[in-house]
Design a protein around this ligand. Structure first.
Ligand code: ADP
Ligand code: MG
Ligand code: ZN
Length: 563
């Protein structure tokens, strides 16, 4: 019998060792290329099946495949799974006793291993380099290759040194794999890992079973609870928050509401973290409330939703984090609550950081892409895929496609808002501008004479939520910028609208739209440059405390106005 698998050893291995009937997407082409000794860069979404792309060539080529992976915690699971399939696999990392490690080294030298997983810092040490020199090596696989990128969210300095693999072992094929695919990261991987000659395999990044939704932040916790109760009662999911404190608070609160929620962040004891992770992966219907410390490499197929209570770091990060939902291909949700204040905070963090200008430029672009997604006037998936260089058509499975937003000609309100910002000196935040438009005679307005502006009270016809949304849309579309203190400023692109030479079509806020939450409104007004500098220093101090010590840090100054 001349079945195709007899002719194709890769297919034979896929079926008989791994038990899958067929390759998916680009897997067959990648396996063939690497098996033949070629270098490859593989860009494939999370859950796409990257592992087989190096596992099968390692089995087919003579010698052992060396897999570099930053995920020490997961090496053991992966190796165990491979051993159960009869693959001779092992790992070398800091969790092993010296005797265990030497036993594995002996197996490598004796040619008794098919696959060896190694932590990057281990691979770089001279002892390990010597071992590799004395053994037969089938290939090097560099998993999670985006860790080489300093712009990325998972930067690992040791990844930078992996070029020595190419320098010292130029004849051993290398395959780098990642689910992060924006053009800048791709270029950086190629450069940093000296993969100029490598063939690049790009899979579609679309995850059609994930429904994307962004809601306007009102009372985010309550909105989250309603989302879970309506769509995901009893389901497993992940809720991402920015700070450890918020993780703890949200998990506790969800539990009091009867949801099986667990916290996960880097400040928890390692044993507690491991326990929570195991319960999430094995258990049914656990909601993991986590910082971004959680999730990379977790292979739980039935995560039904990923929710964000804070803006993610970038669109790549968002794509990766939401990609953890629905690996089994069943309908899943990516849900995010987002408000103007999130955007202002991120902008402030960029502008106030000590990073060099070029870094800030990249970060600003990334933030803009994220805002473009959050404020998308049409299909969100199109925005997401375009960011990864893919053209697509409206998907029918995102909030914008399901309930297209009503738009209206907002040229006049746009002129009113923009001229208010201009006339008040381009240094006040959204809340202050809206108060002027709504004609509120409160102290902070009258003290500055802003009740005398010609636009005072001119915007009463629109609800406050609509003004909030309009200002967000102006920022997302590049008409307005935000300075390092959260003040709104006019950008060149707003001129035609301001002069009445261009129309501005805006999304109408849906009926019963939530009001802006009072607790996140904050006005910064400074009487002198010293006050401004002092305020910036205090904010930096607070962030350092919050980040390094995990101390909840608040600053309260009377009526919250520093004078
Ligand atoms: P990635 O590393 O790209 O996130 P994995 O390699 O962990 O993805 O694979 C994700 C899941 O898909 C795993 O459960 C894996 O067993 C499964 N898988 C991979 N390739 C195939 C295939 N050809 N047929 C069926 N299942 C596959
Ligand atoms: Mg993987
Ligand atoms: Zn859509």
């Amino acid at each position: 019998m001349n079945s195709p698998e007899i002719l194709d050893p890769a297919l034979h291995t896929l079926r008989h060792t791994f038990g899958y009937p067929a390759f998916r997407g680009e897997q067959a082409a990648i396996v063939g290329h690497v098996q033949g000794g070629g270098d490859a860069l593989v860009l494939m979404p999370t859950g796409g099946g990257k592992s087989l792309c190096y596992q099968i060539p390692s089995l087919l080529r003579e010698g052992c495949g060396i897999v570099v992976s930053p995920l020490i915690a997961l090496m053991q699971d992966q190796v165990q799974a491979l051993c159960q399939l009869g693959v001779r696999a092992a790992f070398l990392n800091s969790t092993l006793e010296a005797a265990e490690a030497s036993a594995i080294e002996r197996r490598l030298l004796a040619g008794e291993l098919d696959l060896l997983y190694v932590a990057p810092e281990r691979l770089l040490n001279p002892r390990c380099q010597g071992l590799i020199e004395s053994s037969r090596i089938a290939l090097f696989a560099i998993d999670e290759a985006h860790c080489v990128s300093q712009w990325g969210h998972d930067f690992r300095p040791e990844y930078r040194q992996l070029t020595i693999l190419h320098e010292r072992f130029p004849n051993i094929p290398r395959i780098a794999l990642t689910a992060t695919a924006d053009a800048a990261t791709r270029a950086e991987i190629i450069e940093r890992l000296a993969l100029e000659e490598a063939r690049v395999f790009v899979s579609s990044f679309d995850r059609p079973n994930i429904r994307y939704t962004v809601v306007e932040k009102d009372n985010p916790r309550k909105q989250l609870l309603k989302f879970i109760r309506t769509h995901h009662e009893g389901d497993a999911g992940i809720v991402y928050c920015l700070s450890r404190k918020k993780v703890e608070e949200t998990a506790t609160w969800l539990r009091t509401e009867g949801i099986s929620a667990l916290p996960y962040h880097a400040g928890l004891d390692a044993a507690v973290r491991a326990d929570h992770q195991t319960r999430f992966v094995r258990g049914d219907g656990i909601v993991m409330v986590a910082t971004v410390a959680f999730g990379m490499g977790i292979d739980k197929p039935d995560v039904r939703f990923v929710a964000h209570l804070d803006l993610p770091k970038s669109l790549e990060a968002y794509y990766q984090e939401t990609g953890r939902a629905g690996r089994d291909g069943l309908p899943s949700n990516a849900w995010m609550a987002y408000g103007l204040q999130d955007m202002v905070l991120q902008r402030e963090m960029i502008e106030q950081s000590q990073a060099p200008d070029e870094v800030k430029r990249v970060e600003r672009r990334k933030l803009e892409a994220l805002l473009g997604y959050s404020e998308a006037p049409a299909c969100r998936r199109e925005v997401l895929l375009r960011y990864f260089g893919e053209e697509s058509t409206p998907c029918g499975n995102c909030d914008m496609c399901i309930t297209p937003p009503e738009t209206f000609d907002a040229s006049l309100p746009a002129q009113q808002a923009l001229s208010t910002i201009y006339r008040s000196g381009q240094r006040y935040g959204a809340a202050h501008i809206i108060d002027i438009l709504m004609g509120k005679s409160v102290a902070k307005i009258t003290e500055r004479g802003h009740d005398k502006l010609s636009t005072f009270g001119i915007g009463k016809a629109l609800p406050e939520a609509q003004w909030n949304s309009l200002l967000r849309q102006f920022v997302a579309q590049g008409l307005l910028g935000v300075n390092e203190f959260g003040g709104l400023m006019l950008l060149d692109a707003c001129r035609p609208v301001l002069r009445g030479e261009a129309t501005f079509m805006a999304k109408r806020v849906r009926a019963a739209a939530p009001k802006a939450a009072a607790s996140v409104r904050r006005e910064m007004e400074f009487e002198s440059d010293e006050a401004r500098t002092l305020w910036a220093a205090l904010r930096q101090c607070r962030r350092d405390l919050a980040e390094e010590q995990n101390v909840p840090a608040y600053m309260i100054f009377g009526d919250a106005t520093l004078k």
